[in-house]
Ligand binder design. Structure first.
Ligand code: FAD
Length: 412
């Protein structure tokens, strides 16, 4: 008997963990435009060098056995749900499937702000963190030793757009890293890092306990918080902000965009039921309503029964992956599929290079202890036992110190 063909589009939280669970049960293919998984919550620590690429971005070849065929560095251009085929960019091959898993995640949403797509740095992938680090190093390298402190401050101004969890984690990390570099290089004055938020508070959507810890961390890292402020224009070295009708243009060494997520063109072209953000509406079983052999999960799917706080999180995609895998196996065996409510597993934020915040069982705590707890928690969430053991040992024995921002020629 020929095995059913399962094709999984996307190798992130939803796609990789589904692949790990269905491996061996059918003829499984994973398509990804990368050659590695990315443990997104630790991208900030990768920027600072507290963790290395192999810790948080293991190659698929290390994680998946021969029973999953991986088509990597390959972008799925279009899906035809009626003919059950997938077209890949830069390839004439057409993939046929019996069961499809859509797990291609979101893309950065620049919300139509003038110059944002062209001139800001996104922060979603390993390469984005590498680019940002290079930007920071180049800004520091440009400072001559005799520059006045106020000119230095203007030259080393970075703006982070969005004060959600990502913007607060990133801005505190950048500020701590830059301050460390100022000390090591004996530069005059101090760097300037701003986080800009349209709403009236940081980490909107998170509870008061966590917000207090985040606000303390922003203060301790000397991050300037600008709430009720909109970015209206970005150019190569300037950003224009608007606060209560007043506009101000700042010179910047870099603007990083963490302001939101939208659907990719792959999802946009699917003619199925969607919500107002364009996300795919799925049944409680994660199946598309009119196509019961197609499952969708993670950032691109709207699951009616998910707890309201979970959409757009890795913890939801991870839990959905387990259910998608079980339901795919049941579907192929003609058994009943299950539906389930997901659990809130708590929250953990990295805040600068010394601290973190963790919310677990309704209690929040911060500081260096939270940083240790976060590392321990995330070791247990890494994919595969083998990888967890290797990385856990590396963190325990080798430590998790930052890698200072050295002059470009000395960076590795
Ligand atoms: C910097 C950062 C930090 C975050 N921190 C947290 C956190 O602390 N806690 C939390 O719960 N969530 C966090 N998130 C959110 C979390 O990462 C997402 O909710 C989660 O990744 C969603 O999983 P997914 O499988 O839907 O998509 P992803 O994990 O984004 O995976 C999608 C994959 O598909 C690939 N892909 C996309 N389109 C195609 C295509 N057409 N063809 C082939 N491959 C394609 C992408 O490159 C990617 O590898 C963070 C996100 C970011 C960016």
């Amino acid at each position: 008997m020929t095995k059913a063909r399962i094709v999984i589009l996307g190798g992130g939280w939803g796609g990789l963990f589904t692949a790990l669970d269905v491996a061996g049960s059918a003829d499984v293919t994973l398509v990804s435009d990368e050659d590695h998984f990315l443990f997104t919550p630790m991208l900030y620590e990768y920027l600072s060098g507290e963790v290395e690429a192999w810790h948080i971005a293991p190659k698929y070849s290390e994680l998946l056995d021969d029973n999953v065929r991986v088509i990597q560095n390959s972008y799925a251009k279009a899906v035809d749900l009626n003919t059950q085929t997938i077209t890949l960019e830069n390839s004439n091959d057409i993939l046929n499937y019996d069961v499809l898993v859509l797990a291609s995640g979101g893309v950065t949403n620049y919300a139509g702000v003038e110059g944002a797509e062209e001139f800001t740095l996104p922060f979603r992938k390993l390469v984005h963190a590498d680019n940002l680090r290079t930007h920071m190093v180049q800004a520091l390298d440009r400072i001559p030793p005799d520059m006045s402190p106020q000119d230095v401050r203007r030259e080393v101004t970075f703006v982070v757009v969005g004060a959600g969890a990502s913007g607060c984690e990133l801005s505190t990390k950048m500020a701590d890293l830059l301050k460390d570099a100022f000390k090591r290089r004996a530069l005059p004055g101090a760097p300037r890092v701003l986080v800009v938020e349209m709403g009236d508070k940081v980490v909107p959507g998170m509870g008061e306990q966590i917000r207090e810890i985040v606000e303390d961390a922003l203060r301790e890292s000397d991050v300037e918080v600008h709430t009720r402020t909109r970015v209206v224009k970005v150019s190569a070295d300037e950003v224009t902000l608007e606060h209560e009708g007043n506009r101000e243009t700042l010179k910047t060494a870099g603007v990083v965009w963490t302001g939101g997520v939208k659907m990719s063109s792959l999802v946009e072209q699917l003619e199925v039921e969607k919500d107002r953000r364009g996300a795919l509406i799925v049944e409680g079983t994660l199946q598309l309503p009119q196509h019961n052999n197609a499952f969708a999960l993670g950032d691109i799917a709207v699951y009616p029964d998910a707890a309201p706080t979970l959409p757009g999180t890795a913890q939801l995609a991870l839990q959905q992956a387990k259910m998608a895998a079980d339901n795919i196996k049941a579907f192929l065996q003609g058994k009943d599929l299950r539906t389930k409510h997901f659990e809130e597993l708590g929250e953990a934020l990295s805040l600068g290079t010394e601290r973190a915040a963790v919310l677990t069982a309704g209690k929040a705590f911060g500081g260096a202890l939270a940083r240790q707890a976060r590392f321990a928690l995330y070791t247990s969430r890494l994919p595969t036992w083998h990888h967890r053991l290797r990385v856990g040992a590396a963190w325990f024995l080798g430590g998790t110190e930052i890698r200072p921002l050295l002059p470009l020629g000395l960076e590795r």
